[in-house]
Design a protein around this ligand. Structure first.
Ligand code: AP5
Length: 209
């Protein structure tokens, strides 16, 4: 089962990918997480990508992103299937992906800008295991991860001005993928404003058809 999770920033792609990948025993591939990891490790390309692109709300250039994903999909854990969370985000990325692998479904998780801004300004994430917390998913202890007791942090690109730029970039560069995948019969839409467990059930119903 090879799935793509599409949708604006903060719509719940990572939250659902964490749950659905565990349920279907497939890999969770998040390009955003790959970029954050590289920057945290002090990798030159990763630091540059943060300073020039994602830290400002802009997309990392296609050639860098496509190269990273091609390598990632060759790894053992992707053999049973995967969820691409945040890739592709441009038509050239989608065309490059088509050349290397087949996709079963593209799940478009939809939410309004108001909900997104509210969610992202209050999102926290674990520095170690990357678990995502929010208003509806608070940790048991403030600032501490329930799973690994790691510290929770607020992402650099979750400031309101950067979120607005990410939404602008999404509308300009990523939204056209909805038509791209609709025309191929792969698109399925779910309401990202529903409760987390409802959305999970909706996605599983699509994947298990
Ligand atoms: P990335 O990390 O992919 O960020 P994003 O797409 O902007 O998405 P987010 O991770 O912000 O949100 P999400 O949809 O995963 O929501 P979440 O589940 O966390 O990318 C970061 C950057 O890297 C990009 O801006 C770009 O610069 C670069 N990049 C990445 N991929 C790239 C590519 N392919 N090409 C070029 N550049 C690329 O949920 C958000 C919050 O809401 C959480 O607090 C959560 O608890 C809460 N929540 C979720 N669902 C619900 C619900 N149903 N009800 C209530 N609360 C909910």
């Amino acid at each position: 089962m090879n799935l793509i999770f599409l949708g604006p920033p903060g719509t719940g792609k990572g939250t659902q990918a964490e749950r659905i990948s565990a349920e279907l025993k497939i890999a969770h591939v998040s390009t955003g997480e790959m970029f954050r990891q590289l920057a945290n490790e002090g990798n030159q390309l990763g630091v540059e990508a943060r300073d020039k692109y994602w830290g400002k709300g802009n997309l990392v250039p296609d050639e860098i992103t496509i190269g990273l994903v091609k390598e990632r999909l060759k790894k053992e854990d992707c053999r049973n299937g995967f969820i691409l969370d945040g890739f592709p985000r441009t038509i050239p990325q989608a065309e490059a992906l088509e050349k290397i692998i087949n996709i079963n479904y593209v799940i478009d998780i939809e939410s309004t800008d108001e909900i997104i801004i509210q969610r992202l300004t209050s999102r926290r994430q674990c520095v170690n295991c990357k678990k995502i917390y929010g208003i509806n998913v608070p940790p048991k202890l403030e600032g501490i991860c329930d799973v690994c007791q790691g510290k929770l942090y607020h992402r650099d690109d979750d400031k309101e001005d950067v979120i607005k730029e990410r939404l602008r970039v999404y509308n300009a560069q990523t939204k056209p993928l909805i038509e791209f995948y609709k025309s191929k019969g792969l698109l399925r839409i779910v309401n990202g404003e529903n409760p987390i467990e409802q959305i999970k059930a909706d996605i599983l119903a699509i994947a298990k058809k």
